[in-house]
Write a protein that binds this ligand. Structure first.
Ligand code: URA
Length: 426
């Protein structure tokens, strides 16, 4: 059927519902280059302002899946389980989680991304390990998954190419923060990837896309609905991102902390979330008797980590890069640290060189922020609160600007602990 893009844009601009045919056509025509970027930007803005109903979102997702290839893990002897986080500050959970879940018997195909803006990217973190390669062919990916139980690598160009194009466009047109577009973007890639089960870690708070629990609930239930509709057993946890996860934000800093978790130590919040997500993944994969806490304690998760890193060219024993310069931020008074803002710390890490402003920018492996106290900890005037790391010290002033007003020190009465896991959505 002949379609024209202007009538599709007008339908959504005027708060109408897009038909299945309109959606299939516009996604296909945009992927082929027949619909121009400026036309798709107008449509994305109309969707951001006027929303889409569940049928439209399901069809939009299906059309993006159909724009590329679908992977097939049916040759594997283990059930597949995957996790996706909507992104946060200090969110290194994929690093200990993938080998942990593999050590408990599932196959974990973790197609990951790079950081953009204040949120870090799993591939940037792992690339701080000397020799480690993010780019694998589909055959290499299956081989690593089959032999080690887990693989963390870049999604190939063939997977949901419509999303690749649309996500880059949304990033530069102020249209990222639309629940229908975020849900379809994430789920089209996950469904095309072919995992049997999926656990979503939907972040809530200043360092997350979703600033309120209501928006996070809406995003989570939309994604769970999409996964279930497409035959993927999907569960979501809403988790706190008002403060950074763990004690580090930055690439090599986060790898070091992840290895501590795999060695049975590490910050309590990272361990708690890693085990909570592992339990959900194992449950969803039908491995209800597995014990992830034991696999962390007995070193079996660490064994998988070492094999997985080595299988992708990395040296698990290599020294990790350290930034050339450090600057310490001291506590201005004594008391209880009642707040440490995730967004501000994320921006500081980014400005120090841990993140990128444009897709093609390089990142500094050693750059980032180390946190010596977490909300709820007692601090003494003059003690180190944060250490900033960078190879380029002229970045300190700009990073320090983002940390102005980023924390409060008060009394016990001013502090209320926020749980790591806020809600579970099925
Ligand atoms: N991550 C994605 O893959 N897509 C979005 O739209 C937002 C976060």
């Amino acid at each position: 059927m002949a379609m024209d893009v202007i009538s599709v844009i007008r339908t959504k601009r005027d708060r109408g519902e897009l038909t299945d045919e309109q959606i299939d056509w516009v996604i296909d025509a945009y992927t082929r280059g027949e619909v121009a970027d400026e036309q798709m930007s107008a449509l994305a803005m109309a969707i951001l302002l006027n929303g889409m109903n569940r049928r439209e979102i399901a069809r939009w997702t299906a059309a993006m899946i159909a724009s590329g290839e679908r992977m097939d893990f049916s040759s594997l002897s283990r059930p597949t389980a995957d996790k996706h986080s909507t992104g946060g500050v200090g969110d290194k959970i994929t690093l200990p989680l993938a080998p942990l879940v593999a050590a408990c018997g599932a196959a974990v195909p973790q197609l990951s991304g790079r950081g953009l803006g204040h949120t870090g990217g799993t591939l940037d973190k792992l690339e701080s390990i000397p020799g480690w390669r993010a780019l694998l062919s589909n055959e290499e990916m299956l081989h690593v998954l089959d032999t080690t139980g887990a693989v963390i690598c870049a999604a190939g160009d063939g997977l949901a190419p419509a999303d690749k194009k649309l996500y880059a466009l949304r990033d530069v047109t102020g249209t990222v923060e639309a629940i229908p577009l975020i849900a379809s973007s994430i789920m089209s890639k996950k469904i095309a990837e072919g995992t049997g089960s999926l656990v979503l870690d939907v972040k809530v708070g200043s360092g997350a896309f979703m600033k309120t629990i209501e928006d996070a609930r809406e995003l989570a239930s939309t994604m769970v609905g999409l996964g279930t509709y497409h035959g993927v057993k999907t569960v979501a946890l809403l988790t706190d991102m008002s403060t950074p996860l763990g004690r580090t934000a930055g690439n090599a800093l986060e790898v070091r902390e992840s290895v501590e978790v795999l060695a049975g130590g590490g910050p309590a919040d990272v361990v708690e979330l890693t085990i909570a997500l592992a339990r959900e993944m194992l449950d969803a994969a039908g491995l209800k008797d597995a014990d992830p806490a034991k696999a962390l304690a007995d070193g079996s998760a660490m064994d998988v980590w070492r094999r997985m890193i080595a299988a992708q060219g990395g040296d698990p024993d290599a020294e990790l890069p350290v930034a050339r310069e450090q600057h310490v931020v001291k506590a201005p008074s004594s008391g209880v640290l009642t707040r440490l803002d995730a967004y501000d710390v994320g921006v500081a890490a980014w400005r120090l060189g841990a993140g990128r402003a444009r897709k093609e920018d390089p990142v500094q492996a050693g750059a980032g922020v180390e946190m010596h106290a977490k909300p709820g900890d007692r601090v003494t005037e003059g003690q180190p609160l944060l250490t900033l790391h960078t190879d380029t010290p002229d970045r300190f002033a700009y990073a320090l600007q983002s940390l102005e007003g980023s924390f409060d020190i008060g009394s016990d009465a001013d502090f209320t602990a926020t749980p790591v896991v806020l809600e579970r959505i099925v």
